[in-house]
Design a protein around this ligand. Structure first.
Ligand code: F6P
Length: 380
């Protein structure tokens, strides 16, 4: 019998975190279960820093459905299985996961809900092997968590990007320019591809299809020949030229067992190349964290609520060590083992790396087919 549960939100924030928290708390309250939230993700679990969550007027989980961010914070770069510590002035990495397990035991938590992307769910699975009852909820604007058709936060990011494209359209058309929009997504092109379709872009460059810049130039020139002196180009931050590599803005601290690379810069590179090769003026906009902040779309509010209530439902049924997913359009649950895929080693590097089991755009996806059918150039 589940009586007391805790939630943590981990990794880069998204719109919808609070909607999931609220749904878990509401479903818990309906079933007489006490709810708590660890502050700043796995870091809060390590420090045993948590707050009570309830929907009574004075408590935090009330009125948060439309609110961006996370009322219990979130942390990136916090792999407690390989945690950065400083000892005698030296940086050392330690497995502190047993402290977390003990914290949960000491305070009588029956289940831990982990709201996060692939890195968060990797640690969740590692905790499950240490006997913790865990239930994951798939978050990320990148939409790249394995085993689910959609993550919460993604729809809002696409909506922000397509709104940006509408705005770039009018200014691009007025000044006869090529307008390039760099969007997030790390190693997956979901945001770029879907916003390109939603925002009527002419070119979309995604990590899954290494591009030939001359193909984009052909598309832009073709439009010019038809009397259209402006073009809209979406570039995923992880896009790369054929035979080339991704563009890295910087590499943060090394070795802490989470992904350290900050992608970025490809938008400006593509813009300069297009300007040179087409002779048209080109401008770049990097959309950045706009995609993660602010109020969730109605779609994300509903998806997050479905995910949160399903997660609590699973806890009440005693079905642990799973991730809530959408499969064939319906709520479901899959084992965390399936989610981590071949990234099995406990405490191994987590968070969107080459080892991660990510869901990327496949060439037979409807979005790819649709984009090609309507003449969006994918750079190949
Ligand atoms: O994974 C979500 C995401 O927003 C990516 O799209 C982006 O590359 C990354 O996080 C940025 O991370 P940070 O918050 O560490 O700068």
């Amino acid at each position: 019998m589940v009586k007391k549960v805790a939630i943590l939100a981990n990794g880069g924030d998204v719109s919808g975190f609070n909607a999931v928290i609220r749904a878990i708390v509401k479903t818990a309250e309906q079933n007489g279960v006490e709810c708590y939230g660890f502050i700043d993700g796995y870091r809060g679990l390590l420090k045993n820093d948590y707050v009570a969550l309830s929907t009574s007027a004075s408590r935090t989980a009330s009125g948060i459905l439309p609110k961006g961010g996370s009322i219990i914070g979130s942390s990136t770069n916090a792999n407690v299985f390989h945690y950065k510590c400083v000892e005698d002035g030296q940086v050392v990495y330690k497995d502190l996961s047993d402290i977390c397990v003990q914290n949960l035991k000491d305070d009588g938590f029956d289940c831990l809900f982990t709201l996060g992307g692939d890195g968060t769910q990797k640690s969740a699975r590692d905790f499950s092997l240490k006997g913790v009852n865990v239930i994951g909820v798939p978050k990320t604007i990148d939409n790249d968590v394995a085993c689910t058709e959609i993550t919460f936060g993604y729809n809002t990011a696409v909506s922000v990007a397509s709104d940006a494209l509408d705005r770039l359209h009018t200014t691009g058309e007025t000044h006869h320019r090529i307008m390039v929009l760099e969007v997030m997504g790390r190693y997956a092109g979901w945001i770029a591809l879907e916003s390109a379709i939603a925002g009527g872009a002419d070119v979309a460059l995604i990590p899954e299809i290494p591009y030939d810049i001359n193909k984009a130039v052909e598309k832009i020139n073709d439009r010019r020949n038809k009397g259209k002196n402006f073009s809209i180009v979406v570039v995923a931050e992880g896009a790369m030229p054929k035979g080339g590599d991704i563009t890295i803005e910087n590499t943060r601290d090394n070795g802490e067992g989470v992904d350290n690379t900050k992608l970025g810069g490809i938008g400006n590179i593509v813009t300069k190349q297009l300007e040179k090769l087409t002779g048209l003026e080109a401008r770049c906009t990097v959309l950045g964290y706009m995609q993660r902040g602010g109020s969730p779309t109605a779609f994300d509010r509903v998806l997050s609520t479905k995910y949160g209530s399903k997660a609590m439902e699973l806890a009440l049924e005693g079905k642990f060590n799973v991730l809530t997913v959408i499969k064939n359009g319906k709520l479901d649950a899959v084992s965390l083992e399936d989610v981590v895929g071949c990234n099995k080693e406990i405490g191994a590097v987590s968070g969107n790396t080459a080892q991660s089991n990510l869901r990327k755009v496949t060439m037979d996806d409807d979005l790819v087919k649709t984009a090609r059918n309507i003449g969006i150039c994918l750079g190949d």
